[in-house]
Design a protein around this ligand. Structure first.
Ligand code: BES
Ligand code: ZN
Length: 426
């Protein structure tokens, strides 16, 4: 349910918060009817309602959810939507408790929904939400070196469009990859099977689902065990779920985010094809339930931190196949590691020759934020400036055709991610 709230809030919040961002005007005309958005949120939110056979119907019970969001985003919204005070807050973050039966009230106050949310974390419990008020642990300073030119050249040269297209097509063929839909579960299972093929004849490679208590969709984790320093881990991944409208609305999510999942797989494919054995451990992850409040990645990053896993770098790939701006690759500058972002820029300048820029996407807009929150250096490589990103996301029209039918743009991100892996896992 929390998601439900999260979603709702997200929809509500989005307009104001996005408008507050430099020069971004919410596209009201192409907004979704808010009642439909609420239905979508209900669908996505119910953790106790069991697996929906397909994207339809919704639970009726009242549930509670705790959502953490940035106060500047809240301030940009209609105050009527925040009748009750936050249950907790610090200078930057506020936590709101929502009950699902308040949704109609919220809906009444809302005539429209917006293009996207400003980002939020959805929590099962207040205890978990309260953790978001703590400052993230400091990321230890480290040196970044670039000395794997031959390896990077080899890996980058192996990247192909066709395998990326195949994954985008396969994932976007599921009607809706929502984290509690049967079709969302099926899509995760399909990816697990695909990734398991890379482990054949490679005892150092394993594929396992990461199961989540609150929703049925599993995250997918492919591990390449490091040959000499297996305790040090580099994470590359993107979310596998999708969202659009409500009920049986198709949510192909080709750009958001079959593209990021496909690029993640393409990096694995070229690593395996080349026979490369990293010194440190590489983990490639397809995150479940990002659209429901970053819930899959939040579970995984928190588990890693609890277990003391040393994550030396995390790269998030979310929306990488719509070329809306002049430059090739854009790095999210907020809630990411400035040092690692600079390193990624240097990888491009040194090895790939693409043009790159930066953007801001707001508090918790995607899975990198879960890693940042847990004190790990995380970056987010994105397709365009904020203003020029795909206008089709979260709609039935987020198809490969809407991205021009090719994977030329996505392939650049696969080359960058391969360079990131090669230079960090050495
Ligand atoms: N891929 C988007 C994030 C995004 C959209 C970044 C547009 C930059 C521009 C992501 O899947 C998403 O929709 N995130 C939500 C928040 C999330 C917690 C539901 C968002 O930012 O609207
Ligand atoms: Zn996304």
């Amino acid at each position: 349910m929390r998601i439900l709230t999260g979603f709702l809030l997200s929809l509500i919040l989005t307009g104001g918060a996005a408008a507050a961002r430099a020069g971004y005007a919410p596209d009201f005309d192409s907004g979704i009817d808010v009642r439909l958005a609420i239905e979508a949120a209900l669908d996505a939110a119910s953790s106790a309602g069991g697996l929906l056979p397909e994207p339809q119907g919704r639970p009726e019970r009242v549930q509670t959810v705790w959502v953490s969001m940035e106060k500047s985003d809240v301030a940009a919204l209609d105050g009527a939507l925040f009748k009750s005070a936050p249950v907790a807050q610090n200078k930057r973050i506020a936590i709101y408790e929502y009950k699902t039966d308040r949704l109609s009230e919220l809906a009444d106050g809302m005539q429209r929904s917006f293009f996207r949310a400003p980002g939020f974390f959805a929590h099962d419990t207040l205890e978990s939400a309260l953790e978001d008020l703590k400052a993230p642990p400091a990321v230890p300073a480290r040196a970044y070196t670039l000395d794997q030119a031959a390896l990077v050249k080899d890996l980058a040269g192996r990247v192909k469009e066709e395998p990326v297209l195949a994954v985008i097509n396969a994932l976007s063929a599921y009607k809706n990859r929502g984290s509690r839909y049967a079709t969302g579960v099926d899509a995760s299972k399909w990816l697990q099977k695909e990734w398991a093929k890379f482990a054949e004849g490679r005892p150092d490679i394993s594929v396992a689902p990461f199961k989540h208590a609150a929703f049925p969709q599993e995250s997918v984790v492919l591990t390449v065990r490091g040959a000499s320093e297996p305790g040090k881990v580099i994470v590359i991944g993107g979310h596998i779920d999708s969202v659009a409208g409500y009920g049986d609305t198709p949510a192909p999510g080709a750009d958001d985010n079959a593209s990021g999942a496909a690029v993640t797989q393409e990096v694995v494919r070229v690593l395996v094809e080349s026979g490369y054995r990293p010194a440190k451990t590489l983990k490639f992850i397809g995150f479940a339930a990002e659209e429901a409040g970053l819930r899959g990645s939040a579970d995984i990053a928190a588990a890693f931190k609890k277990e003391g896993v040393q994550v030396e770098g995390m790269l998030n790939l979310d929306m990488v196949n719509y070329k809306g701006s002049e430059k090739d690759i854009y790095f999210v500058a907020d809630n990411t590691s400035p040092d690692q972002n600079a390193f990624l820029g240097k990888l491009i300048d040194t090895y790939l020759g693409y043009t790159w820029g930066t953007l801001k996407c707001g508090y918790g807009c995607s899975d990198h934020a879960s890693w940042t929150k847990n004190g790990y250096p995380a970056s987010y490589a994105f397709e365009s400036t904020f203003e020029a990103h795909s206008p089709f996301i979260h709609k039935p029209t987020d198809t490969l055709a809407s991205c021009g039918g090719s994977a030329v743009h996505a392939a650049k991100f696969a080359r960058l991610a391969a360079a990131f892996a090669a230079e960090l896992a050495k």
